[in-house]
Design a protein around this ligand. Structure first.
Ligand code: DGL
Length: 270
């Protein structure tokens, strides 16, 4: 048994899309979340910058004595996972791409037409394609960087025409030309536009890595005998910029009132 919190982090609010399912699957666990809202998006930045920011977040979470780190960000998972594991050899660190690739490998076959949408950094890393190919060689995988989604989502521009037009701009040709039947939401912000995507392309079967990673967290905690016993201490949500927008979005995503949340400002540059 281990009652210490799980550290979950992202460049911004996207990683929050993992949290409701994590609370459902593992109600005894406590979470310390960090969203680098002051410096998001990471997905179009140089990999060296993503690595430097990520080390600051991971150092902060390690100082909070987390028992596990969950990288609820594809961009960071695709670029920083091996370095982070070297930096913290005693803390289990889970990336989000491997569980998603595993789901694709298990659920798709040689007839499947699989699309991956993600940030520029994630797509350029080639990690999704390589992981799927390693687990199920020969599957048809097509990738597309969709960099404007994250800034729009961070701004709360979701249920409207601007988002729908942006989806069509990136995806109409991508879906049609590759005859896609499956779509991996390769960025943890994208589950927030899942409904918009399905409204436009109802034929797509969606793989949501924000969901898949929670299964992996559960499995590792069980295997390592690190599950928590019921504890009543609260979850803490840190952000490097506590904007009004972030506060609104976190309430929506977690379906809770601000008064029920412990929100804290933490600027890693200070
Ligand atoms: N939510 C992130 C991801 O999964 C990062 C988005 C960004 O900062 O560009 O890739």
């Amino acid at each position: 048994m281990d009652n210490r919190p799980i550290g979950v982090f992202d460049s911004g609010l996207g990683g929050l899309t993992c949290i409701p399912n994590l609370f459902r699957q593992l109600p005894e666990e406590r979470v310390i979340y960090f969203g680098d809202t002051a410096r998001t998006p990471y997905g179009s930045k140089a990999v060296s910058t993503v690595k430097a920011y990520t080390n600051q977040i991971a150092d902060f979470l390690a100082a909070q004595n987390v028992k596990m780190m969950v990288i609820a960000c594809n961009t960071i998972s695709s670029t920083c996972l091996p370095d982070l594991r070297k930096r913290f050899p005693d803390i289990p660190i889970l990336g989000i791409i491997e569980p998603a690739a595993c789901r694709v490998a298990e659920s798709c076959n040689m007839e499947s037409r699989i699309g991956i949408i993600a940030t520029k950094v994630t797509i350029a890393s080639g990690v999704y394609t390589a992981s799927i190919e390693a687990m199920h060689p020969g599957l048809s995988v097509f990738c597309k960087a969709t960099p404007a989604f994250v800034p729009l989502i961070e701004e709360g521009i979701i249920d409207n025409e601007i988002m729908d037009l942006t989806i069509r701009y990136y995806m109409d040709d991508f879906v049609k030309e590759n005859r896609l039947d499956t779509l991996v939401l390769g960025c943890t912000h994208y589950p927030l536009i899942r409904k918009n995507i399905l409204k436009i392309y109802p034929q797509l079967k969606i793989v949501n890595p924000s969901y898949e990673i929670v299964e992996k967290v559960k499995q590792v905690l069980q295997d390592e005998r690190m599950l928590a016993e019921r504890n009543d201490r609260e979850n803490i949500f840190y952000a490097s910029d506590l904007s009004e927008n972030f506060v609104n979005m976190i309430q929506n995503i977690l379906d809770t009132e601000k008064s029920d949340l412990i929100l804290k400002f933490k600027n890693l540059d200070l």
